[in-house]
Design a protein around this ligand. Structure first.
Ligand code: CS2
Length: 490
């Protein structure tokens, strides 16, 4: 049965359905970047509230800025924006839910004006973002806005027909200011340390170049809450679609599969109201810093520690890599020895238990999370997820062997062929640039570690790190992943 509103009443328990009427809702959030994660996280939390009869004026209007977003819009529009969320755990029952919290989706490509109108609409009081770690146009080593990027230059020259997220946000905020409409909260849901602060810096940098008066208004009127967001959400595969059709009779063009676990810790800084998300499990706090540091360094950082080694060894799924005794021990040792000593105490969280849970989550076989997904965009994930950890290790005179192995594995992964001779593609907007770093064996170390946009300056400046990197790279090449790990963990 094809998923749409008309067919909803043919679905029955255990499939959970929207418990509210679509015609009683109004859009209050515009979300830029409708992918699996948004649909498994913010939209699911909002749906839970709507199912209690609340937040009906916070329905979500999806927004796509890239040509690639058309496929998602087409899939959703064909089923009245409904989609299925399937939670898969190894022992938990598999919860299946149809979600209706998204009630429309606009594509910048179709009409930049319609999109600016929407973002300027007084009913929209929150604009949220999942535009990927690399989407904020920030130089990771200097922390400065990359104003010279072609899309940014384009938007500064053509403010009425923008392409970039910051161009659209400024165009809409200028309209709100002129019309006397209150500003919106700009809420990042990407895995960046201090994601609110980074969003603020990027938007204000752009606005200052475009119109300093507007920048001052934004500074005074827009808020940028920091958030820690967490839910492992693999890429939807054809197998997922087929499973849903076979097991539950639902034909969904783009369902979402995720783990049962979800967490959202959020600063309560909303200038124009917000849904009462605290009623459905969101934790509000004054300072997200310790939570996001814990999550990014332990979860996202360990994902990177696992993924390049696992991929080189020939694994393609996270749980497969975790079933490798050596890899699993390496990841846990990295968490315990390298990351944990750097973490501030996290209110209400037992770090040992948190790490046990992470290991369990990584082992989830039912969701079959793809290593390719974790490997992707290394050039923007490494600086956020792992370089801060390495910098602290170097500063503290700590052991560098494990950290250096992670970077060496990434460098070797860029060759595009694993230990079994299997070739694969490098998914990264900067793939070509990164692959050029490892082209010439003579220069490899200096080029890789000297790549400041990814590693800053500290790795290349540390003779101990350089030596550890070279040892590990040589060992990976000569001995392979398993022997390298065996020696390192001995
Ligand atoms: C992953 C994240 O893409 C990655 O590298 O580490 O997508 C991770 O699955 C999420 O942050 C979990 O919340």
């Amino acid at each position: 049965m094809k998923l749409n509103r008309q067919h909803l009443d043919q679905l029955a328990a255990p499939i959970a359905l929207p418990a509210y009427r679509a015609d009683t809702t109004q859009q209050g959030i515009a979300h830029i970047g409708v992918g699996g994660f948004h649909r498994a996280h913010q939209a699911a939390y909002t749906e839970a509230l709507m199912n209690r009869g609340e937040a009906l004026d916070w329905s979500i209007c999806g927004v796509g800025l890239r040509g690639a977003d058309r496929a998602m819009r087409d899939a959703l529009v064909g089923q009245d924006y409904l989609y299925t969320l399937v939670e898969l755990g190894d022992d938990a029952g598999n919860a299946v839910q149809v979600i209706g919290a998204i009630s429309g989706m606009l594509l910048a490509e179709d009409s930049p004006q319609a999109l600016i109108d929407k973002l300027a609409d007084p009913a929209i009081r929150i604009v949220s973002l999942t535009i990927t770690e690399g989407g904020y146009c920030m130089d990771d080593s200097s922390g400065e806005f990359l104003a010279e990027l072609p899309d940014i230059q384009h938007d500064l020259a053509h403010p009425e027909a923008p392409r970039s997220v910051f161009g659209f946000l400024c165009a809409a905020l200028a309209r709100r200011r002129a019309a006397g409409t209150p500003a919106f909260t700009l809420m990042s849901c990407d895995n960046l340390p201090h994601n609110g602060r980074v969003t603020r810096k990027a938007l204000l940098s752009f606005a200052n170049l475009a119109d300093p008066e507007l920048a001052a208004w934004i500074q005074a009127n827009v808020s940028f809450p920091n958030a820690m967001v967490d839910r492992i959400t693999p890429m939807t595969s054809d197998a997922h679609r087929q499973q849903l059709a076979e097991r539950h009779g639902i034909e969904d063009a783009w369902p979402v599969v995720c783990e049962p676990f979800a967490q959202w810790v959020l600063e309560d800084k909303f200038v124009n109201g917000r849904p009462a998300w605290e009623k459905v499990g969101v934790q509000f706090t004054d300072d997200v810093t310790p939570y996001e540091e814990m999550k990014i360094k332990l979860l996202n950082g360990s994902h990177l520690a696992l993924t390049y080694l696992g991929f080189l060894k020939g694994y393609r799924f996270v749980h497969e890599a975790m079933n490798d005794r050596l890899l699993r021990r390496f990841v846990r040792t990295f968490m315990d020895q390298d990351v944990t000593p750097q973490l501030a105490p996290v209110p209400g969280i037992d770090l040992e238990l948190y790490k046990d849970t992470l290991i369990e989550r990584f082992c989830n076989q039912a969701i079959a999370d793809q290593l390719e997904r974790i490997c992707s965009d290394g050039s923007s994930k490494l600086p956020k997820f792992i370089v801060p950890t390495l910098n602290r290790l170097i500063e503290g005179g700590c052991a560098l062997e494990r950290g250096a192995l992670v970077v060496a594995a990434w460098a070797l992964y860029l060759k595009g062929v694993d230990e079994n001779g299997e070739q694969y593609r490098i998914v990264d907007p900067r793939a070509e640039h990164c692959q050029a770093l490892i082209d010439d064996d003579q220069q490899l170390t200096a080029r890789v570690l000297g790549e400041e946009t990814i590693f800053g300056g500290a790795l290349a400046a540390s003779p101990a790190f350089v030596a550890a990197f070279e040892r590990n790279l040589e060992s990976l090449r000569g001995q392979g992943v398993s022997a390298t790990l065996q020696a390192l963990l001995a």
